[in-house]
Unconditional design. Sequence first.
Lengths: 205, 205
Amino acid sequence: MSAEQNPIDFWFDFSSPYGYLMSERIDELAARYGRKARWHPILLGVIFQATGSQPPVADPDSAKARYISKDFHRSARFMGLPYNPPSRFPLPTQNAARAYYWLHGEDCGKARAFAHAVYRAMFVANRDISSPDTVLDLAAAVGADREQLTAALATPELKERLKKECDAALAAGVFGSPHIIIDGEAFFGADRLPQIERWLATGGF
Amino acid sequence: MSAEQNPIDFWFDFSSPYGYLMSERIDELAARYGRKARWHPILLGVIFQATGSQPPVADPDSAKARYISKDFHRSARFMGLPYNPPSRFPLPTQNAARAYYWLHGEDCGKARAFAHAVYRAMFVANRDISSPDTVLDLAAAVGADREQLTAALATPELKERLKKECDAALAAGVFGSPHIIIDGEAFFGADRLPQIERWLATGGF
């Protein structure tokens, strides 16, 4: 398989602001270099517990947390993307992630549209994406069968699928969100987009 | 005082790889917009203890530490800067920081040349910048009087000066290195250079 055929892996949590920023750019960037991105929603709680990493905003009263909160806004403005700070943050995202994988089994295009809808619901429209009803509404809006998805979300198979994705993320060295892997090279954070672009353009530097 | 006259504040630890990357770009970038940078070497150990932050490579065996070690290299290549991983890392930097402030009292230009020499000694030439002899050698090479600096390093005044800079950093919300503050707006990390440039060019965005 040539480099052009190898997909780029995009690991993220639906509750990650920098993941949202990356989600709005990675497909277009990959396509410019003849590549496709494979999206993997995962659970940062699982990743942090397994790796001993801390979330960037562990203490909401810290100087770092105040900075990062401003940086979310400014980075979105810098990239020309809408951003409204969610009133509930962070949120559990297992329902959204499982719905993504179910949709992906049905139709990749619907899964991608759903993922964008979930991120924009959280970081633009201030909706509670942890709610099963919101997840079902967003899935139905991209054409999913609400009854079938409701049934699927209760199955052990879908829970197992998400667990396997988290295991695969850990095996790949993922410790946060967003995490991009291109031909074995890892890039952490939306601020690595310029390096990702040069990597794609030059085949490594 | 107009924005053009207000200095940009550059807070850093001499043992910070991303601080080294920033140090090679910030003066030139500031000058392009009619600004000057005021350099403040500080001690990250003091900052981490006061803020409860963790160093990025707290656990050297973690996936995050392995990633960051590769990212130091790649970010340097991306910026066109030399980088050799120091065999001793991190290092205590109070001698280098105190020597910087003493030199600054003597001659700003010598202090700046010394700061570059310390960073390049650590991240290009793999020298032990924690050693008082190395610090004195580097200072002498930019024209400092070795005897006078030796005497100054033993005085309580110089220790107090560094302590005051660390206190000022904490008061300004600094939680890591490099940390740039422009007219009250904070930018953390060498990867914020594109945002810093747009901020300088537009007066805020």
